[in-house]
Ligand binder design. Structure first.
Ligand SMILES: NC(=O)c1ccc[n+]([C@@H]2O[C@H](COP(=O)([O-])OP(=O)(O)OC[C@H]3O[C@@H](n4cnc5c(N)ncnc54)[C@H](OP(=O)(O)O)[C@@H]3O)[C@@H](O)[C@H]2O)c1
Length: 308
């Protein structure tokens, strides 16, 4: 079988960069990777990570997920417009009290996280249907399964992504096109750095004192602890994405972080929604000691895993 062409979005850093490089390094050279980014000035880290593979199994191209013209231009430049695997990864985050966020910035987030995906799929789907083959891989999040305090808008965008893919997957299946939602928990990338940097700058005067206190004194320190305790590396997520893409029967959903699974399992355990709601409430507001002890155990499990 010849090599499959994979288009990855958002490759200037983090997960997109790691996925592009991992696929380009495939041991049996099964992939030709078109690694894209909206600003080619940021290509340095990807070029460095790709090393000798640059312009062999990996090429870098410009693509802005918010611009239809840019998407068309990129895909038209690919021989026969053949994208066998789309890895829709580009995304941005947003945290904080709702009252402190503007509708404009919420729309900007949806433009990238949700409409970016829709634009890409609209462009590659007709060709995939015609060829009766293809794989649409989407970087979703555990927050596409379970909402989280102060992540209202980000989580809503990932729920939108999940609903879109789940609906489309049935039609796609009829044309022999696979769909996979990759659902990472916390991953240590630029994403996290940008989030906390923005959070520090958030003007909390738009909300009441109690909400501002909860965000500043409870949510932010807890969230940082969760990242350092449960956080994966982008390379880890890339490794699992490679497995999903090379699987004979790729799953519709793949959670990358086993340590996070008990949290998402709560959702499926109780259709009334009370169980996850109460568990998160108690964990954050009532049982500080339980939360810290749980993180301590998880940290130990992570450490032992790393030392095996
Ligand atoms: N990090 C986490 O904890 C985590 C957890 C679960 C899911 N995810 C998801 O994983 C994906 C990648 O995130 P990451 O952690 O790797 O963050 P990252 O390092 O910040 O990378 C995000 C990438 O998206 C790009 N991007 C943003 N807007 C774009 C646009 N309009 N067109 C094209 N590219 C655009 C960024 O480009 P610029 O450099 O130009 O901004 C960057 O290359 C996102 O969809 C995110 O929601 C992340």
């Amino acid at each position: 079988m010849g090599s499959r062409r994979v288009l990855v979005t958002g490759c200037s850093s983090g997960i997109g960069l790691a996925v592009a490089v991992r696929l380009a390094k495939d041991e049996t050279k099964r992939f030709k990777v078109v690694a894209t980014m909206r600003d080619l000035e940021k290509r340095g880290p990807l070029e460095k990570a790709a090393g000798d593979l640059l312009n062999k199994t990996l090429v870098i191209q410009k693509l802005d997920a918010c611009c239809e013209e840019s998407i068309k231009e990129c895909i038209n430049s690919i021989p026969n417009r053949q994208v066998d695997v789309l890895v829709n990864n580009a995304g941005i985050g947003m945290i904080g009290p709702l009252e402190c966020q503007s509708i404009t910035s919420m729309k900007e987030l949806f433009e990238v996280n949700f409409f970016g995906l829709v634009r890409l799929v609209k462009e590659v789907l007709p060709d995939m249907k015609q060829r009766q083959s293809g794989h649409i891989v989407v970087m979703s999040s555990v927050m596409g399964i379970q909402g989280l305090l102060f992540n209202d808008i980000y989580s809503a965008s990932k729920f939108a992504v999940e609903g879109f893919c789940e609906s489309l997957a049935v039609q796609a299946m009829k044309f022999n096109i696979k769909t996979t939602l990759v659902e990472p928990g916390p991953v240590m990338t630029e994403f996290e750095r940008k989030l906390y940097e923005d959070a520090e700058k958030t003007d909390l005067s738009e909300t009441d004192e109690e909400t501002a206190r909860i965000f500043r004194d409870i949510y932010l320190p807890y969230s940082r602890k969760v990242f350092t305790t449960l956080g994966q590396t982008p390379e880890d997520v890339a490794e699992q994405t490679h497995k999903v893409i090379t699987a004979k029967e790729p799953p519709l959903r793949h959670q990358t972080n086993r340590l996070y699974m008990p949290m998402t399992a709560l959702k499926h355990a109780d259709p009334t929604g009370r169980l996850p709601l109460e568990a998160f409430y108690k964990m954050i507001f009532k049982h500080d000691a339980v939360f810290n002890a749980t993180l301590g155990i998880l940290r130990m499990m992570n450490w032992r895993k790393g030392n095996k």
